[in-house]
Ligand binder design. Structure first.
Ligand SMILES: [Zn+2]
Length: 453
């Protein structure tokens, strides 16, 4: 099988993350595939299944036990495909089709290409006789898209029990993109040095409800809608600091003239920049955001509901404390509209890893070795990936995928026509090879030097 045929077969495994046993056969099929496709890897690396689900942990033992191990994280699960969107796909999402120079299917970008690509890179390194000095762990969660608690959380806990510490976790994050930032023609490789947290809150309005023909004075639904409207119009403008500020300064270095000033000014203006960016594509890279994800009220056409509720999905930038944000929401809508708040989920933002030092430089060097003109920009990863479970185990945590993705293909993530260019996939495998070699060549940084906050 060619590397892209292995990837296509992996995409044909319908590993939609779900609790329980229904998706287990698909994960078993994926496990059998990688065992068959990567025989050297399976002869050399120790493999174990961790936790109640389908999570896997591989260990490539290094020769130098004084060096802290490092870990690459990749999730096996993908998001599902809504039946009504099937007709929009040029090729079936779980068909494992290679056509028009692309491998098509759910997971092509998020993130089976990384999972299979890392394994392919290790298989190739083993074929060349590579023996690492630093132990490398491959942590394959199985439910990242639904929170990761049955998968990566168990892997992290197993490492904690064994008192392992890690020099680095490398997880999904920024791609190498071209044309995404005004004023910059060169490709930009975004390296996530932090990730946002997540706060899920249910807002509820309660009224007496009753007959649709006898409406009450202060019904629940209009009050809830007014509260949501007020929250949507009011951003959570924090200062632009930490990773977002570092990103703007790195972009300024690479930008052509009027834009260079713009990026510099944006880095300097702080809170005002955050307000200007509210509602734009850049906001999730810079600040906390609020999205309404659920709305519930009513059981019959002629009954005024007693309760109306909505769920807010709030993503928190490092520096925004979840308690403080809850206080602010309560102050905006609590008394004013008679709204109660209930916290459904709370994941604090990650610590910020340093955007310099030997490990960061090794990663940046590996990316530049693939395409020398690439601009390296630290950034705030907008989503909370599996690396959240490893925050206390790792000296530094970075998030990047060494894959050049045209801006148009990014639209396929979690949507129709997810695909990866065959040539780009081969370059991705080379990218992981280059990263694995580069990190292996780094001498340990002193553990205290890794963390900024
Ligand atoms: Zn993902």
């Amino acid at each position: 099988m060619t590397p892209e045929q292995v990837l296509a077969k992996a995409l044909a495994c319908e590993t939609v993350g779900a609790r329980g046993a229904d998706s287990a056969p698909a994960f078993d099929a994926l496990h059998q595939l990688i065992q068959a496709a990567f025989p050297r890897l399976h002869r050399t690396l120790a493999r174990e299944r961790v936790g109640p689900g389908s999570a896997l942990l591989y260990r490539w033992q290094g020769t130098n036990s004084y060096l802290l191990p490092w870990a690459i994280l990749a999730h096996q699960d993908v998001v599902g495909v809504e039946p009504e969107s099937l007709s929009q796909w040029a090729h079936p999402p779980f068909g494992g089709v290679i056509a028009e120079g692309y491998v098509w299917g759910r997971g092509a970008l998020d993130m089976k290409s990384s999972l299979i690509g890392v394994m392919q890179a290790i298989e190739d390194l083993l074929a060349d006789g590579t023996v690492p000095q630093r132990t490398l762990l491959i942590c394959l969660g199985a439910d990242e898209e639904i929170g990761g608690r049955e998968g990566a959380a168990h892997i992290a806990e197993a490492l904690r029990m064994r008192q392992e510490r890690l020099a680095l976790t490398l997880d999904e994050g920024g791609f190498i993109v071209t044309g995404a930032f005004p004023g910059i023609a060169r490709p930009v490789s975004l390296i996530g040095v932090a990730q946002r947290g997540e706060l899920l809150v249910r807002l509820s309005a309660i009224a007496s409800g009753g007959h649709g023909g006898l409406p009450e004075r202060s019904p629940a639904v209009p009050r809830l809608i007014r509260a949501l409207d007020r929250l949507a119009r009011r951003a959570l403008p924090g200062p632009v600091d930490g990773a977002p500020r570092q990103m703007l300064l790195a972009l300024a270095e690479a930008a052509s003239l009027p834009w260079r000033w713009t990026y510099r000014l944006a880095a300097r203006l702080g809170r005002r920049t955050a307000r200007l960016l509210h509602g734009t594509d850049l906001a999730p890279l810079m600040q906390s955001t609020i999205a309404v994800t659920r709305l519930e009220a009513g059981v019959a056409n002629n009954v005024v509901p007693r309760t109306a509720s909505a769920v807010l999905d709030i993503r928190l930038r490092p520096g925004d404390d979840s308690d403080e944000v809850l206080r602010r929401i309560d102050a905006e809508v609590g008394k004013r509209f008679g709204i109660t708040l209930e916290v459904l989920e709370r994941i604090e933002p990650s610590p910020t890893s340093r955007a310099d030092g030997p490990i960061f430089e090794a990663l940046a060097g590996a990316v530049r070795a693939l395409s020398p003109e690439t601009v390296i920009a630290p950034y705030l990863s907008p989503n909370d990936g599996d690396s959240k479970f490893f925050a206390d185990l790792a000296v530094v945590q970075y998030r990047l995928v060494p894959l050049h993705v045209p801006a148009a293909d990014l639209a396929g993530i979690h949507a129709a026509n997810e695909r990866i260019c065959v040539a780009a996939y081969r370059a991705l495998v080379a990218g992981y090879r280059s990263i694995i070699s580069a990190i292996d060549a780094v001498d340990d940084p002193p553990p205290s030097a890794g963390r900024l906050a």
